[in-house]
Write a new protein. Structure first.
Length: 257
DNA sequence: AATCCGCGCAACCGCTTCTCA
DNA sequence: GTGAGAAGCGGTTGCGCGGAT
């Protein structure tokens, strides 16, 4: 769907609105040449009259290779439901477990499909009751973190499976790493962290029937797909530059099972 | 055929967090 | 320790499309 209206703000003369094919081409070439990152330099390098945010968003949500289009599969929907129940509106984190899907996609899908279903009239009462429950359990909201070489040393407690050599600056990885951090920001020992997660998931199970009421929730398939992903990670090399190593969240993954 | 209206999605905006000097 | 700039995120908006009337 193309938005044909394009505005250029007077103050900054930065172009807004729908991207043209020409702009896409320029941005793609720029990223191919210089790589992702340094977004503030991208508009200049690409010769685009766009702000850095716009460039970044366009790349991440539309131009990046291996972006999956079309309907979400039932497996993907199941995964979104489970992860959302666990993490709340952490779209980037949820999208990180869905190969080829962007945070924007997941967010849009949730807002247009899943949220509506969950608040359908016949479920309104249940939903309300469950919502009350949820407020009792603080939704996990890990914040994005990036790790400097020094700070990386302090997260070794998370590495019971393998946070080994990859301490890159990807937000996705860092968020996963950061899951071993309590919402308050204080860190924990490995055991503490696992206990904390376990109790969190136990609480999550209280709302399990809500997801089951959804109809498409298939526990068996889910387990299999999750199991499969442990063996064969969902985000393949090259699908996202931010997912070179996601083994760090396998503990989270086990807990999800 | 014309109009209305809801839906889906791309894009924008404001805020938070991180990095670095 | 602090402030500025960059990066990233989630919430929201707005437009085009397609089905309903």
């Amino acid at each position: 769907m193309m938005n044909t209206s394009v505005t250029i703000t007077k103050s900054s003369r930065v172009r807004k609105g729908a991207w043209t094919e020409e702009e896409d081409l320029l941005l793609r070439k720029c990223i191919q040449k210089y790589g992702e990152g340094k977004w503030h330099q991208v508009p200049i390098r690409a010769g685009l009259n766009r702000c850095r945010k716009s460039c970044r968003l366009r790349w991440l949500n539309y131009l990046r290779p291996h972006i999956k289009r079309g309907d979400f599969s039932s497996e993907e929907v199941d995964l979104i439901l489970r992860l959302h129940k666990l993490l709340g509106n952490r779209w980037s984190l949820i999208a990180g477990r869905l190969p080829g899907r962007t945070a924007n996609d997941v967010k849009n899908y949730w807002n247009t499909h899943l949220q509506r279903k969950l608040t359908a009239p016949h479920q309104q009462e249940r939903k309300y009751n469950n919502a009350l429950k949820i407020t009792e359990n603080t939704i996990l909201r890990p914040r994005p973190r990036t790790f400097t070489s020094s700070s990386a040393k302090n997260v070794s407690f998370c590495s019971n499976k393998s946070i080994t050599n990859t301490v890159d600056k990807s937000a996705h990885n860092n968020e996963i790493l950061n899951i071993c951090e309590k919402p308050t920001g204080e860190t924990t020992s490995v055991d503490e962290g696992v206990q904390w997660w376990t109790s969190l998931l136990e609480n999550c199970n209280e709302t399990e029937e809500e997801a089951e009421a959804f109809g498409s929730f298939d526990e068996e398939n889910m387990s299999q797909s999750l199991l499969h992903e442990e063996i064969s990670p969902p985000m393949q090399q090259g699908q996202s530059g931010n997912w070179d190593d996601f083994s760090a969240d396998i503990d989270l993954w086990n807990l999800l099972n």
